[in-house]
Design a binder for this molecule. Structure first.
Ligand SMILES: [Ca+2]
Ligand SMILES: [Ca+2]
Length: 350
């Protein structure tokens, strides 16, 4: 939706003769986010012993390995340009790890990647199956790769160290039940028991899955200060409020009331109703032009910019128009359905 609105608004402003802001010729570099969900939650110290290593490989830029050794680390990568990565350990509630928290997620945010290239992400770690992603382009969106036992099949369960979870692992851990064999103690708790067996059995079924990739922020550095993370969660909400301070050509919207609804996959965080920069504006809100005065303010701003007289604009009541359309729909339904039958059915609560 954001892309549609952005394109729509950009088109309006271009057609109206607004010049878009100029951008530097310098490539700001591609971005990529990798979110690894740790389905079996372990402490940062235990995770450290697993030597989790992510390798990012560009088709042309070579590859760089990152060892997930701790929380909140920043590293530069030998991929050319200013490539780097921020690594954050998050607890299961998506907050930074602290105290006795176990690790729920590991988030890696790559930046400064040569953006003409496409990349694959691979992961290895002691006890884990190996994982290699599909190819990811970083030139138009910021992809977010979501890796877990279900998404990509990156999971604990490799007992014999061949990075595959299969019957051989299940046989080995079955045979060692009740012992303290370190070789078969998958979760390192000092005993080989049903937990180790269950992990192997459950995760051997997840192999071969392709990881999910969500389109993140549109790569328009310098256009709008907003990020969207596309994910499985769908936002559906009626919204109303008042525009805050709006800068630029649409400053007349400042303080006006708006209403509408949000319906989109993904999260934009706490964003104002209208995000603007220079001559470009974006919003998450459907119907944002419908509230009294909003469309008028936009059109008047365009008229002033073009030297036209806003007084020449005709009046249009969007709310009344909607009501008329609902009435027409109701009339059409009444004319084409046996309403007596419908009412009788309603009375009988059929
Ligand atoms: Ca194995
Ligand atoms: Ca164990």
């Amino acid at each position: 939706m954001r892309r549609t609105l952005l394109a729509f608004l950009t088109a309006i402003l271009l057609l109206a003769g607004f010049s878009l802001p100029a951008y530097g010729a310098e490539d700001p570099g591609g971005r990529l986010e990798v979110l690894i969900r740790m389905d079996y939650r372990e402490s940062p110290a235990v995770l450290l012993e697993r030597g989790l290593t992510l390798t990012l490989t560009g088709r042309e830029s070579g590859s760089a390995a990152v060892t997930l050794t701790g929380k909140d680390t920043k590293e530069s990568l030998d991929l050319g340009g200013g490539a780097g990565v921020d690594i954050t350990y998050l607890n299961p509630e998506d907050a930074p790890v602290g105290g006795n928290d176990r690790v729920g997620f590991v988030m890696l945010a790559f930046s400064g990647l040569p953006s003409h290239d496409e990349y694959t992400v691979s992961l290895v770690g002691k006890g884990f199956s190996s994982f290699t992603s599909q190819k990811l382009a970083v030139d138009s969106f910021v992809p977010r790769l979501y890796v877990s036992s279900h998404s990509g099949g990156f999971a604990l369960g490799d007992i014999n160290g061949d990075r595959v979870i299969d019957q051989a692992d299940l046989d080995q851990v079955s045979g060692a039940q009740g012992t303290s064999s370190a070789a078969s103690d998958l979760n390192g708790d000092g005993k080989v028991d049903i937990v180790d067996l269950a992990l192997v059995h459950h995760n051997m079924l997840q192999a071969g899955r392709e990881a999910e990739v969500f389109e993140g922020a549109l790569v328009v550095d310098g256009l709008l200060e907003m990020d969207t993370v596309f994910c499985a969660e769908k936002v559906q909400a009626q919204v109303r409020g008042t525009f805050g301070r709006v800068e630029g050509p649409l400053s007349a919207l400042s303080g006006l009331a708006y209403e509408g609804y949000e319906i989109h996959m993904g999260l934009g965080g706490k964003l104002p109703a209208l995000v603007g920069r220079g001559n470009v504006y974006g919003t998450y809100i459907h119907g944002v032009f419908d509230a009294d005065g909003v469309a008028d303010a936009v059109l008047e701003a365009l008229c002033r910019k073009k030297g036209a007289d806003p007084a020449q604009l005709g009046a249009f009541d969007a709310a009344a128009y909607k009501e008329r359309q609902y009435d027409l729909l109701a009339q059409s339904v009444r004319e084409n359905l046996d309403m007596e039958l419908v009412y009788r059915a309603m009375d009988k609560k059929v």
